[in-house]
Design a protein around this ligand. Sequence first.
Ligand code: 23J
Ligand code: MN
Length: 263
Amino acid sequence: MTSADTLAKLASSLLDGSIRVVDCAAPLGPDTPLLKLPPELAVDTPKIEIHPISKYNDTGPWWAWNWLKLGEHSGTHYDAPHHWVTGKDFPDGSVDTIDPQAFVAPANVIDCAAEAAADNDFLLTADAVKAWEAEHGEIKAGEWVLMRTDWDQFNTDEDKFLNADGEGMPHTPGPDQGCIEYLMEKQALGWGTQCIGTDAGMAATFPVPFPAHNLLHKNNRYGLASLVNLDKLPPKGAIFIANPLKIVEGTGSPVRALALVPA
Ligand code: 23J
Ligand code: MN
């Protein structure tokens, strides 16, 4: 089969519904949960604002349009290498310079929903990833690795989504350092989660703080956060489309992440 044949098959499969498009993005608006960092660490990203310019009225009789106030790292979003100091020098490390070939790639979906429900601080390890590979097949270079936790069920409630304790420490699942080290050895394209960020809630306290951010971006690789509907994806076989806005020197961007899956 030539690549033209492959695309023709994809075209007919999209039209006849045998390949479905799963929406992996959460609604983006004033109620979108946003990261809260410890006050001594930094300034937070601002709440999202949507301001009408006109709505078929005296400021625009025939048209409606809005302007937005929006942090790059808001809602379902993409982390570029320039987001972290370890990735700051890559010439192709901002959203406007990344090769678009990387915006469409196969996805491995590792189901950690039961573990995350039993322990909100659950950490995925390299050994657990290897066990997953033994069952489902190897993770290949250039593929996304997505951690399914079903945390998207909390995406409409910021308190539940962040799950902070009395001291403000968030308790959400994520990868440990060894997990990301292993994925970088495998030359994975990047790492995505259903929580507010690519790192676990307690990752500020890890020996290497924020290992997902630190190591992904040190390796010129990418992150995805606040993904939804990963429970609708197979462990292997989905094609993931995650293309950030072409923000000049942008460190990240909201994305309408989509997955192509067999019906
Ligand atoms: C800034 C500092 C720490 C973190 C983050 C941003 C994110 O999670 C993000 O949106 O990339 S953990
Ligand atoms: Mn981010």
